[in-house]
Design a protein around this ligand. Structure first.
Ligand SMILES: [Mg+2]
Length: 122
């Protein structure tokens, strides 16, 4: 059974890039384009890993992540925040909020599969 990864990201280019790389590496991918949809899909699919963009219209990734981490039914899901260069100083904040890691944008395409594997195995 391939690992299931949910990508929650409003930027189409980032979404395509992440989906293409992770599909190539054999993962089963689901996508959502805002926090509200991300929370709903996480509850439905119970993915092995969630990549959660922080800056999204509607419900942002910080809120969506906090909802999932605060619900006993989904608190065990692994959530990685996608943070932009401008948010570098805030990355510790996401770990404190219960996120399991962070990934900096722009995405390092060579490093991504290595990090994903590490998070899935942790
Ligand atoms: Mg965004």
């Amino acid at each position: 059974m391939p690992h299931k990864i949910l990508i929650v990201e409003d930027n189409r280019n980032n979404l395509s890039l992440l989906r293409d790389i992770l599909t190539f590496h054999g993962y089963e991918i689901a996508v959502a384009s805002d926090g509200r949809e991300g929370v709903a899909m996480a509850r439905e699919l119970m993915p092995d890993l969630i990549l959660m963009d922080i800056q999204m219209p509607g419900m942002d990734g910080m809120t969506a992540g906090s909802i999932l981490k605060g619900d006993p039914a989904t608190s065990g899901l692994k959530i990685i925040s996608l943070t932009s260069f401008a948010m570098r100083g805030d990355q510790e904040k996401f770990l404190e909020a219960g996120f399991d890691g962070y990934l900096s944008k722009p995405i390092n395409t060579r490093e991504l599969p290595i990090l994903i594997k590490k998070w899935l195995e942790s």
